[in-house]
Design a protein around this ligand. Structure first.
Ligand code: GAL
Length: 801
């Protein structure tokens, strides 16, 4: 070996012993956990034996592994809960030595308790809160460390919808220097915004964990989309030993690129700390510059522009994946929602996964973040079916007194820099009449949602809600005064007699469009909007035709697990998209209301028999396979001026309007529609009668996956006939075989009553379709083969790199 080489090696060796760079380190901490379903007393001790435990990868939801059973609760999707334990042994990464080390959980359902090397770190009852524990005092720099987390979801009927169980969101390991920015310690607001200039206000909360005072230089820089610094500011402050400090900086921004739903322009805000010229910490946040304003008479303004909020409510789960959902799934779903004309989301009824807000910032959704579905008193959780039998009263109210304020404050701090968020909701339907609050007016007043008959004097009085609401609003304002506080009210008839609505900046009405004109007159200062609404065109007309009503939030954007009618139903079908993210006819109907580009969609249903009772008009399906000699009602969902319908080449007439309908005597073949604007043909669509199933067609959303980031492919599967036409009602069982570095995360058909296990590599199609989730586990070629008895199979080649 040459002397030069030896010198280099010695230098490298020395470098290994030098203190690690002072900057913050952060890594996803999802790999190589061990899991035990059931209790495991003593498993918090590092030496406990976990050799027989299952290896799992986070995020992980054990409830979705099933099995579905009537033994459990309709509210939570007839899936089990119970107790589970997680353990992870790890060596402290080199760059983390000698630093303040913490662990961050984005969400654990629920009642989690955590230990490091046998030392208790803390507990968090809420299954939706994000939280962090400091590990430093208990860490071993030399030896292995063992993290243990106990999760207790034994109260399985504890929510009105499916929540899953386990460490179902990301976990991060974090290391900082003794002088560092606190968790959620950067706040960014824009107190002044115009087209030519804006002011960014940056608040930095920092900690000096060292034993000596520190003179800290805080530098804050705003970077545009190209990475160019557009504004910068600096402050120096002295922070005492073992103490906290705050710095406030102003960033003048020239010609700001405003954030909006149509043009979601983002900046990166970089905050650097330095002590004696040495960089010690750096935090970067995605931020936006925009203004929001709600007005009691004129509705909502984004950057000064009147804007109607075409919103949908969503829950966390994604069918087969439970609540452990990779970001690609939400990206696909959000893009479908964008295309339907949706520009706003309501995070019903709890904070969601961190990346979902990032996607909203990037894709341009205006967001209502919501904290609770109940406060200190519980609501009914249906067990034997919706409104059937005796409900359970378990739920988050059990720990609200101790944790409510903290959970709410943390929701706000966690997300306060997101330009997408335009309002904070402190609760959904806390005032659901008689569930539990009551009032004498329920004997006479009109309300669409009511449990029980009239006033129930043995229930808690509605007057309890006002003082609580005031306290919660104050908690929010203390953490973020830049956005309005709202709540979604179910029993406005009763809440109008309390201080609840007056405690709020914006009063959300659930399913009470009929009340808008009356209440607008009676409470002229009140800002009224629809926080939850049905799919009827009239509910949208109430927004569209009233300047003072800014929003509607449809229940729901996507079908969700739980809140099931009654076994065998185990999921709720209220969505525009089904559990697999496939658009339902309702989706196109909505598109005809919410968008204006040429749209033409045909929905067909057997026409109701003459004299049949008028029920909810069926939306129909986009199929042309009907019983011989039947009468079929065909409706076009369109944004065009006129539509012509043709059956096997014969015109059935041209009709005007957005919902033209024809009653058609069924004949197999081809049903075609032509859409016209200004007498010009602008769209065309066709339904074809399909023959028996013959083959599978598969469509992956991508062929190339990230190996490092465990990329996900979502593969759409369609059963087709000999000629390649989609077979509408096929339920063939399809088997998936994988080769290469990949795992099958789940298969979803969208069938709300299927009890097939999601863990199996096979699933029955529903309406001829399936969605297959394949996740990369390493680099290399991945083969996905699909087969079904009697059908020509298909294979697709993916690549993880
Ligand atoms: C609403 C409630 C939602 C959901 C929905 C079902 O009253 O806010 O969470 O339960 O009803 O239709």
């Amino acid at each position: 070996m040459t002397r030069k080489c030896m010198l280099l090696l010695t230098l490298l060796g020395l470098l290994a012993y030098l203190p690690a760079p002072a900057q913050r380190q952060q890594q996803l901490f999802n790999a190589d956990w061990k899991f035990h379903r059931g209790d495991a007393p003593g498993a918090e001790q590092p030496q406990a034996d976990d050799r027989t435990w299952r290896a799992v990868q986070l995020p992980h939801d054990w409830s979705i592994e099933g099995p579905f059973s009537e033994e459990w609760a309709s509210a939570t999707g007839y899936l089990p809960g119970g107790v589970g334990w997680y353990r992870k042994a790890f060596a402290l990464p080199a760059g983390y030595r000698g630093k303040q080390v913490s662990i961050y959980f984005d969400g654990v359902y629920k009642n989690s308790e955590a230990w490091l090397n046998g030392h208790f770190l803390g507990k968090r009852p809420s299954g939706f809160a994000s939280f962090q524990y400091e590990l430093t005092p208990y860490l071993s720099a030399a030896g292995p460390n063992v993290l243990a987390v106990k999760v207790d979801h034994s109260e399985v009927a504890d929510s009105r919808w499916y929540t899953g169980s386990g460490i179902y969101r990301n976990v991060y390991l974090l290391a900082t220097a003794p002088v560092h920015v606190q968790q959620w310690g950067v706040g960014f607001t824009t107190p002044q915004v115009s087209a030519s200039a804006a002011t960014g206000q940056v608040a930095v909360a920092l900690t000096n964990a060292s034993a000596t005072a520190a003179a800290v230089t805080v530098t804050s820089t705003l970077l545009d989309a190209k990475g160019q610094a557009v504004a910068t500011a600096q402050k120096v402050l002295t922070v005492k030993p073992k103490a906290n400090g705050t710095a406030s900086l102003r960033l003048p921004i020239k010609n700001p690129a405003l954030w909006s739903a149509d043009q979601p322009n983002l900046y990166r805000l970089r905050v650097r700390l330095a002590v004696q010229g040495q960089a010690v910490d750096e935090v970067t946040e995605e931020v936006g510059v925009r203004t929001i304003r709600f007005d009691a008479n004129q509705g909502f303004f984004l950057n000064g522009q009147p804007t109607k909020l075409r919103g949908v409510c969503i829950h966390d789960d994604a069918g087969a994946l439970g609540v452990a959902v990779p970001p690609e799934v939400w990206e696909r779903r959000l893009k479908a929602l964008k295309a339907v004309g949706c520009n706003s989301l309501r995070m019903s009824h709890n904070p969601h996964a961190d990346y979902l807000y990032r996607l909203c910032d990037r894709l341009g959704f205006l967001v209502m973040d919501e904290a609770f579905d109940e406060w200190e008193r519980g609501k009914n959780k249906w067990v034997a079916g919706w409104n059937v039998g005796t409900p359970s009263q378990n739920g988050s109210h059990e720990y609200f007194k101790e944790w409510g304020d903290r959970d709410l404050r943390d929701m706000v701090l966690r997300n306060r820099n997101r330009p997408s968020i335009i309002m904070w909701s402190i609760g959904n339907e806390i005032d659901y009449p008689n569930d539990p609050y009551t009032h004498e007016v329920l004997n006479t007043g009109r309300n669409p949602q009511i449990y029980g008959k009239g006033y129930l004097p043995n229930h808690p009085p509605a007057s309890e809600m006002g003082p609580l609401a005031k306290r919660l609003v104050a908690v929010v304002k203390q953490a973020d005064a830049s956005r309005p506080v709202t709540a979604a009210l179910a029993g406005v008839v009763m809440s109008n007699f309390t201080d609840y609505p007056t405690a709020l900046d914006l009063v959300g009405y659930n399913y009470q469009e009929f009340r808008y004109p009356e209440d607008h007159k009676q409470y002229p200062q009140r800002i009224i909007y629809g926080s939850e609404n049905g799919m009827a065109p009239a509910a949208w007309a109430a927004v569209d035709s009233n300047a003072y009503v800014s929003a509607q939030y449809l229940w729901t954007g996507i079908d969700y697990l739980g809140e099931a009618g009654k076994w065998p139903q185990r999921a709720n079908g209220a969505g525009l998209l089904d559990l697999a993210g496939f658009p339902k006819p309702e989706y196109y109907f909505r598109q005809s209301l919410w968008t204006s580009a040429p749209l033409l969609y045909l929905a067909a249903a057997e026409a109701p028999a003459v004299g049949a009772p008028a029920g909810r008009r069926p939306r129909g399906t986009a199929t042309w396979n009907w019983p011989v000699a039947s009468q079929v009602r065909v409706v076009a969902y369109t944004t065009n001026e006129a539509t012509e319908l043709l059956l096997n080449g014969q015109s059935l007439g041209k009709k005007a309007g957005r919902l033209p309908a024809w009653d058609v005597p069924y004949a197999a073949g081809e049903l075609r529609a032509r859409g016209y604007r200004n007498n010009q043909l602008v769209s065309e669509t066709v339904l074809k009668t399909a023959g028996p199933p013959a083959a599978l067609q598969i469509k992956p959303d991508r062929n190339s996956l990230s190996a490092k980031a465990q990329g996900l492919a979502q593969i759409e599967v369609q059963v087709v006939d000999q000629a390649g036409k989609p077979v509408p009602d096929d339920a063939t069982e399809i088997t998936v075989t994988l080769t290469g570095p990949a795992r099958l995360l789940g298969i979803e058909s969208g069938d709300l009553a299927s009890h097939e296990t999601y863990a199996a590599p096979r699933h029955r199609a529903h309406r001829g379709r399936l969605l297959v989730y394949v996740q990369a586990t390493g680099a290399g070629p991945i083969g996905v083969a699909l087969g079904a008895p009697g059908l020509a199979g298909q294979a697709v080649a993916l690549r993880a790199e």
